[in-house]
Each structure stands twice: as structure tokens, then as C-alpha cells.
Design a protein around this ligand. Structure first.
Ligand SMILES: C/C(=C\C(=O)O)CCOP(=O)(O)O
Length: 134
């Protein structure tokens, strides 16, 4: 199944879905050395976002979050791709400078059609997300 979306950061990546209903403040919520979510109140606490297709509603918090995404990239623990309901500038900038594909505004609600562990391709260059495991 292919789902159309809006391109924010171009690129193509495949990976396993890791989904959260919580917004993410990359500064403070995520450890840049490991990609682990370190905020105890966060739904993904204790899990690693490294190599995942990270689905979250939107970013929040400090503008330094863009640089944290870049640190994740430089440390080899960035998400493979990211899917938002509605991207905002902090995550958009972080994804663009880190060459992490980022999309938002999927034509179907990602929380209704995706679940943890699904294999998806995020083709941001051509503005679609493809669910592979069906
Ligand atoms: C650049 C900033 C702090 C630093 O150098 O560590 C300011 C960030 O401001 P926010 O209001 O957190 O975006």
C-alpha cells in the first residue's frame, strides 16, 4: 500500500516503524550518543530510535533539537526516516541537515494504518510512504 504525503526532507529509507503519540523534544528527550529516549515521562522511554522509521506527531522544545538530530546522524544513531502529522521547523531543519527523509500530512492517518514493527519505505523524494508487510 502506498500513501501519499508531503515532502519535508528528501531521501529514501526503509525501516521498522517505531510509533509514539507523544511529541519529541530532541534536546532533553533523546540521548545523542545512543539514540535512546531518556525522558521518563515519554511513551518511548528506554527505547532506541536508531535506524527506525520514527512516527511522532511533531517536535517540541528547544531549537537546539535540530542540532541534536545532527549529532544523532554524526554518531550513526539517527532514525532511518521520520513521519510527522505536521512537521515544524526544528525537526525539519534537523532532518534536512542530517539527510534523514522526513514527511508529514499523510493522506491516511499514520496512527490508524501503522503499528510498531511494520516495515515501511519512506520515499520523501517522490512523496509517498509504502507499507511493505501486507
Ligand atoms: C542557542 C541556545 C542555547 C545554546 O547555545 O545552548 C538557545 C536556544 O534557545 P531555545 O529557546 O532553547 O530554542
Amino acid at each position: 500500500m502506498k500513501i501519499k504525503c508531503r515532502t519535508i526532507s528528501r531521501g529514501v529509507a526503509e525501516g521498522e516503524v517505531l510509533l509514539t503519540n507523544d511529541a519529541i523534544s530532541f534536546l532533553g528527550n533523546v540521548e545523542p550518543e545512543t539514540g535512546e529516549v531518556v525522558e521518563p515521562q515519554h511513551q518511548l522511554y528506554g527505547q532506541s530510535i536508531a535506524g527506525k522509521v520514527l512516527v511522532f506527531p511533531h517536535g517540541k522544545g528547544s531549537t537546539v533539537g535540530s542540532y541534536v538530530i545532527y549529532q544523532l546522524f554524526k554518531n550513526g544513531v539517527a532514525p532511518a526516516a521520520m513521519i510527522n502529522l505536521e512537521s515544524e521547523p526544528i525537526v525539519a531543519v534537523g532532518a534536512i541537515i542530517s539527510e534523514v527523509p522526513l514527511v508529514d500530512r499523510l493522506e491516511k492517518d499514520p496512527y490508524k494504518i501503522l503499528k510498531n514493527g511494520d516495515m515501511v519505505v519512506v520515499n520523501s523524494t517522490e512523496a509517498f510512504v509504502e507499507l511493505r508487510n501486507e
